[in-house]
Write a protein that binds this ligand. Structure first.
Ligand code: DOR
Ligand code: ZN
Length: 357
């Protein structure tokens, strides 16, 4: 790495885990991802969830309509796996290029996950068809048993659910999404081929202390919940190592402020707007700016078997801290932007994407 690097050009990044919502919220926040990212894997946890190929196509159309004119951003759609998922419909939607991956939410694990999977045996035939057809499975890796401590839910899921699924479904390509623990990092590193992990921006920056620093901080509440500092350090090591099995999935998940700042606040951190500035800071601090491109732009496409983006973005170090808005105003209400807790000194130079064909 050049010690006094002030500009860094990267293959245009992708976001391998994103919530774009629908309606006025979608219209308000889609431009925030479209500005810097080439593509994103779009989560299907709408109400009701996106469960059929036809619904995925219609949702993709709504996303395209919400993008700024001329945007080249491409949403990569997912289907929400339920115990009733029709494998033929799923495979057909994948073969037609409508659906890129399938999302497994354990029922009750997080926002809008009520239709998720309770009995993993019931989805085994679908998982086998996916393995055969090469459809990747994106996993929310937390058990939902209320007797399991919230800080242990990822590690228990890996042992009790994920590893058994992978053993009985050889060939299934899996993304363990939003890895938050050393246990998750170790599992991916030690596993045979076919599994990778996405890591969010905020889990690289906050630990569980930040949730309670001076009071309750609802805008740091997300699921999986941030863990203790040793886990955050393990995530930074994995992300900045260049290891092809780790890549960016922001899990940027907007909720309007009243739904966060409430007696029973929603889980989700909104980081689409400042993710690249935050990541440049994290990678610079780890003396790993030369490996940022692997994390943001190269490892993800390799895992999903997709080409890298053809264009680039340039990050520029600025002496003055960035002046970002605290909130993004949307037709569905204001959405507070992730506050990393430090000044940001990297900005994405204005490099408009080529319009979509
Ligand atoms: O914090 C989260 N928010 N975690 C999830 O898994 C879902 C997401 C959301 O949809 O708000
Ligand atoms: Zn998510």
């Amino acid at each position: 790495m050049t010690p006094d690097l002030t500009e860094l050009t990267l293959i245009r990044p992708d976001d391998w885990h994103l919530h774009l919502r629908d309606g006025d919220m979608l219209k308000g926040i889609a431009p925030e991802s479209a500005r810097d990212f080439g593509r994103a894997i779009v989560m299907p946890n709408l109400v009701p969830p996106v469960v059929t190929g036809q619904q995925a196509r219609a949702y993709r159309d709504r996303i395209m309509a919400a993008l700024p004119a001329g945007s080249a951003f491409r949403p990569l759609m997912t289907l929400y796996l339920t115990e009733e998922t029709d494998a033929d419909d799923l495979i057909a939607a994948h073969d037609a290029g409508i659906v890129t991956a399938v999302k497994l939410y354990p029922a009750g694990a997080t926002t809008n996950s009520a239709s998720g999977v309770r009995d993993f045996d019931k989805v085994q035939p679908v998982l086998e068809r996916m393995a055969e057809a090469g459809v990747p499975l994106c996993v929310h890796g937390e058990v939902t048993d209320p007797d399991v401590d919230i800080f242990d839910r990822e590690a228990v899921f890996i042992d009790n659910v994920l590893d058994p699924i992978r053993r009985r479904t050889p060939g299934l390509k899996v993304t363990l999404e939003h890895v938050t623990t050393q246990d998750g990092v170790d599992y991916i590193r030690d596993a045979s081929a076919g599994i990778a992990g996405s890591i969010t921006t905020h889990h690289l920056i906050i630990n569980r202390n930040n949730l309670f620093a001076g009071g309750l901080r609802p805008h740091y509440y997300c699921l999986p919940i941030a863990k203790r500092e040793a886990h955050r350090v393990a995530l930074v090591e994995a992300a900045t190592s260049g290891d092809p099995r780790f890549f960016l999935g922001t899990d940027s998940a907007p909720h309007a402020d009243p739904a966060k700042e409430s007696g029973c606040g929603c889980a989700g951190v909104f980081s689409a707007t400042n993710t690249l500035a935050c990541l440049a800071h994290v990678f610079e601090a780890a003396e790993a700016l030369d490996r940022l491109e692997f994390f943001t732009s190269r490892n993800g496409p390799a895992h999903y078997g997709l080409p890298e983006n053809e264009d680039t973005i340039t990050l520029q170090r600025t002496p003055e801290p960035l002046a970002l808005p605290a909130k993004i105003e949307t037709g569905a209400g204001p959405v507070t932007l992730f506050d990393p807790g430090f000044a940001l000194h990297w900005r994405v130079k204005d490099t408009p994407q080529e319009p979509a064909q």
